[in-house]
Design a protein around this ligand. Structure first.
Ligand code: MG
Length: 260
């Protein structure tokens, strides 16, 4: 009985807290209101449980090129185009940019290491959240810095009929990558909606920067080893330490303020 009471009161508390955060966001951006129509999903570490494998593959490939690189850096650079990460790490180590063919070879090697590993699984409870979103009549869109078909195609296996080809922004689109706002601005454009009609679900610091720069309400779920404070510092409006499971549990309370 007492635990039920605490649970109900906690839910009310979260409900009020999210209401305040969302009202502040609307005021700061001079938006008329938030009227959610589309939810923009990052892929790695949000829909797919892929970050551990990306980290191993990056480190193996960097070792092959004698470039020092830590697992933490994989998470810090997550979201930006892979070729940029390769260029930056190469430049830092050898004092010059890699030739374009060298960078492409490196990227192929990193992709090869990923493809050699066990298949990537879905993020736990991502399917349940997507079902809630579908039931609310909202559109789901993919906004990823990845351009690896072997990984992007997993979405059709784990979340069939959800991310149609015209609901995807990937690194194959000829635009600037995260942390520039361009990928999320492109998502607004393909969805035909305004920034106050969308919400972004991200896990990476650079992804959060990109979404916030596009003027979109951003929910960060921490699904990796970095401190959650990094996600807040980059501008995330809500940060959930409990990853996709916590977002799935709280979606009803959060979205109640987004669909008015
Ligand atoms: Mg990610």
């Amino acid at each position: 009985m007492i635990s039920e009471l605490i649970h109900v009161n906690l839910q009310k508390l979260f409900f009020m807290m999210y209401k305040t955060i969302i009202q502040q966001f609307i005021q700061q951006n001079n938006y008329p209101k938030l009227q959610l129509k589309g939810v923009f999903f990052d892929m790695d570490g949000v829909l797919l449980d892929s970050m551990g494998k990306h980290a191993s593959a990056w480190i193996q490939a960097m070792q092959d090129y004698n470039i020092p690189f830590t697992s933490e850096e994989v998470y810090l650079y997550e979201g930006q185009p892979a070729l940029l990460t390769i260029e930056e790490a190469y430049q830092r180590t050898f004092g010059k940019k890699p030739a374009a063919e060298v960078a492409e070879e490196f990227y192929s090697l990193k992709s090869y290491y990923i493809d050699k590993m066990d298949p990537i699984g879905p993020m736990k409870h991502a399917d349940k959240l997507l079902q809630q979103i579908k039931n609310q009549g909202l559109g789901a869109y993919l906004v990823t810095g990845s351009r690896q078909p072997s990984i992007i195609d997993m979405l059709d296996i784990y979340f069939p009929n959800t991310f149609q080809p015209d609901h995807r922004v990937t690194a194959l689109d000829d635009i600037k990558g995260k942390p520039a706002p361009d990928p999320y601005l492109k998502a607004l454009s393909i969805a035909g909606i305004k920034p106050w009609e969308a919400v972004v679900i991200e896990n990476a610091p650079l992804g959060v920067e990109s979404a916030v720069a596009a003027g979109i309400f951003t929910i960060a779920i921490n699904t990796g080893p970095l401190a959650s404070s990094i996600l807040s510092e980059r501008g995330a409006h809500i940060v959930l330490d409990g990853g996709m499971t916590e977002l799935n549990n709280k979606w009803k309370e959060i979205s109640a303020h987004l669909i008015s």
